[in-house]
Design a protein around this ligand. Structure first.
Ligand code: 5AD
Length: 435
């Protein structure tokens, strides 16, 4: 998915192609030697991923055209700032007026937003976040797929249900061929254009095995691949980039160094951040973020997490709630209130209004059945669907009772498209930079 709309190449300058979509110009990195001005392409995450014959592109564009403008109009209507400011605290009004005008906010202002509690104030915050999302990024909503191919993990993260703490879980590994076939079906049958390959830190698969899998998937289909295998080492990142991976999904979880150390025995925030920095330097698109509501975590910590995510040139922000798993040391810690997650999404949008793709996580959907509807109108503009075969994904229990477990992929797609249509969002990814 991310049913990318075909775009027409209007200029090529070294590795950068400028691509036009219904009159809007975007830029994408091009790695095809034979790409010419006038060609039609699909772009994902700012990369040209596929050339498409003109006749096919024109026919897809013809079916999209009307819907594209209809969705756009609906989104515009829903994101209008019809604000009733009566009774709103003056300080808040000043901060949010500044945000709406794209004026920079101080850290103290962002912290004030994270500390809001009143329903009316929160409604105001979410509306500004939604307004900014629409103003800068339009109605495009990324829909990536994720394949969770192994729930074996060598790590003892204190919150995680597939960590070494959980002795009661049925472990599984997909074979190389199963992973490749699952990706093929997601791309060719269901139309996904960006896939995340994820597993626990499972030494069973060598970096060479993982590179083979990536190479094979990319040989068969045009797709943007994000890797999410935990800390693979800097040499590993290089090798996997060489094999064709172009994105890394790895949360730093929390920037609070003491909390990080307590939750991740044997690991340091320094090494985690070094992976993210090195990956960015190598050319990976970065998806990162943290957990909201960890025991001992403060609103100041969450603000630092948001600001660090911004500093790391992140392509997509992933912030989800901590959810207690009964077979882990944090089994008795409560999850955060829903509004803390929504506030995090909204403040992330305000802090990085023009660039951020912000995902509504499955964790948030597990905490709150209306997470997508509410998250997407509080600053978020991305979702991820689980394309793991159901017999496996039911055992990928990072937390209990995961949302959508037991649903078929088609059911998930239909439900997602219904929600997006209702909000005037198009499941597309039109590239990174406005030309
Ligand atoms: N609650 C919420 N998220 C969790 N993760 C792992 N365990 C939990 C939990 N109990 C998240 C981590 C990790 C991602 C793959 O899953 O943030 O980065």
């Amino acid at each position: 998915m991310c049913y990318a709309i075909p775009g027409k190449v209007v200029t090529i300058d070294k590795k950068i192609a400028t691509v036009e979509y219904f009159g809007e110009a975007k830029q994408a990195i091009n790695e095809f030697d034979d790409l010419k001005v006038g060609d039609y392409i699909y772009a994902q995450g700012g990369y040209v991923i596929k050339q498409i014959p003109e006749a096919e592109a024109l026919s897809i564009l013809a079916t999209w055209k009307e819907t594209f403008f209809q969705l756009h109009e609906l989104d515009l209507r829903l994101s209008r700032m019809d604000l009733d400011k009566t009774g709103i605290d003056k300080k808040l009004a000043v901060i949010l007026d500044k945000a709406a005008e794209d004026l920079p906010l101080k850290e103290a202002d962002l912290l004030h937003l994270l500390n809001l509690e009143g329903d009316k104030e929160l409604e105001y915050l979410f509306k500004i976040a939604n307004f900014l999302r629409q103003k800068h990024l339009g109605n495009s909503c990324c829909v990536h797929g994720i394949i969770e191919f192994s729930n074996y993990c060598s790590q003892g993260c204190a919150y995680c249900g597939i960590s070494t703490h959980n002795k009661g879980i049925k472990r599984y590994r997909m074979t190389k061929q199963e992973i490749i076939d699952t990706a093929y079906e997601a791309i060719e049958k269901y139309g996904f254009k960006a896939l995340v390959l994820q597993s626990g830190e499972d030494p069973h698969y060598s970096v060479d095995d993982l590179a083979d899998i990536i190479r094979e998937i990319k040989n068969r289909s045009a797709v943007l691949i994000f890797i999410s295998f935990g800390e693979v080492g800097l040499a590993g990142l290089k090798k996997l980039y060489g094999a064709g991976a172009r994105g890394l999904l790895m949360r730093f979880e929390t920037t609070n160094p003491e909390l990080f150390a307590k939750l991740h025995p044997g690991r340091t925030i320094k090494t985690r951040l070094a992976h993210l920095e090195e990956a960015f330097k190598l050319g990976y698109l970065i998806i990162t973020g943290g957990l909201v509501g960890l025991p001992g975590q403060t609103k100041e910590d969450i603000l630092k997490d948001i600001l660090l995510t911004k500093k790391m040139n992140t392509e997509m922000y992933t912030f989800g709630p901590f959810l207690p798993h009964p077979n882990t040391p944090l089994k008795d810690a409560p999850p955060p209130p829903v509004r803390d997650v929504l506030k995090t999404l909204a403040v992330a949008r305000i802090a990085d209004a023009k660039n951020a793709k912000i995902v509504v996580t499955t964790g948030f959907e597990t905490l709150h059945p209306k997470a997508r509807e509410e998250g997407l109108v509080a600053g978020a503009n991305s979702v991820m669907l689980n394309v793991t075969p159901a017999k496996y994904s039911q055992n990928y229990t990072i937390y209990p009772d995961r949302a959508h477990s037991g649903e078929s992929l088609q059911e998930q797609i239909d439900e997602t498209l219904g929600i997006l249509r209702g909000l005037g969002r198009a499941p597309t990814d039109l590239g990174v930079t406005n030309a």
